[in-house]
Design a protein around this ligand. Sequence first.
Ligand code: NAD
Ligand code: UD1
Length: 334
Amino acid sequence: MAVLVSGGAGFIGSHTCVELLNSGEEVVVFDNLSNSKRSVIDRIEEITGKKVKFYQADMLDKEALRNIFKENDIESVIHFAGLKAVGESVCYPMKYFENNIYGTINLCQVMEEFGCKRMVFSSSATVYGMRNQSPLSEEMPLSVTNPYGRTKLVIEDMMRDLCFADKEWSVMLLRYFNPIGAHKSGLIGEDPNGIPNNLLPNVVNAAIGKTDKLKVFGNDYDTPDGSCVRDYIHVVDLAVGHISALKKIREMKGADAINLGTGCGYSVYEIINAFEKESGVKVPYETVGRRSGDVAECYSDPSKAARELGWKAQFGISEMCRDLWNYVTKTLNK
Ligand code: NAD
Ligand code: UD1
């Protein structure tokens, strides 16, 4: 019996594969490598000393998915595969709806064909929209402001409807806050194709001279230092949360949504300081205007995860920056 990891060569998927293998699970990965590299799979095997069965496959290709289920005894799916660049989704909404939503429909239909009805899905704090006040908790009203976010909300709703219609399904919708950091081996981490959107890849690029300066988007928010506050979470903590969620879907039926965050907020300037301290490298930056769509503060109420999954984030901001820098010097910037 194996766990199928869609998008398992990506940032969060690769770290989750390591934790799955370390906890004794058999792992099958498929990824179309649109935002990742084949070498990540070798690195997962190097870290764990265990084998991963890998398929380069696209979830839009239903026959390819069927083939994976034919060749393996899949009992649960952890579904990371998806496009995730907010700005790109605004320019190319149909690309996002097709890939993320249609891809998920294909995956669910093939799962049903093979009698596999357990899924952990990568949702996002983006489903809380702009109107809720942090700390954000699971029962708050949901809304979205861009096509990427809409794909997450549509898939959440789709999975709730599926579980309502067929009581054999169990689905955990994990709402991630801001994953950063890297595995302590320094062998895997975040390595996005193209120009990054998120803060830490841009901090790294400024630190290693790949870009002139980091742009800090706004210092006039109603926050202690004027820059935006986010709930950064170590990607290994996030990965471990998936092991707890997997155990949960093996016991429960129906759909449930749970935040994976630390409950602590850090500002952009605090992140720059923490990164400089851990790396010993200055981050050149300039403060520019606000980025449209940003909220001043976004951090989680993590109590449901503690209650329902027995999970709590272990690492702090210095460990996140330390492990990120270790990955940059050991692997990314080689
Ligand atoms: P990532 O881009 O590193 O990983 C996603 C993987 O999915 C990539 O390896 C990509 O090649 C693959 N993929 C995309 N479309 C595919 C398709 N049609 N068929 C097969 N593979 C496909 O991203 P990540 O940061 O690891 O995020 C994983 C999931 O978590 C995504 O669904 C993302 O939306 C969600 N999420 C991420 C964050 C974040 O800040 N990183 C926050 C909230 C939610
Ligand atoms: C962004 C997305 C969100 C998505 C999440 C994870 C937007 C509006 N939101 O959230 O939907 O779920 O990523 O992929 O894009 N910052 C800078 N300079 C930079 C980059 C970011 O100052 O070069 C600031 C941002 O203004 C923000 C903070 O850093 O205040 C974190 O930004 P980011 O990493 O993009 O995450 P979110 O904005 O939380």
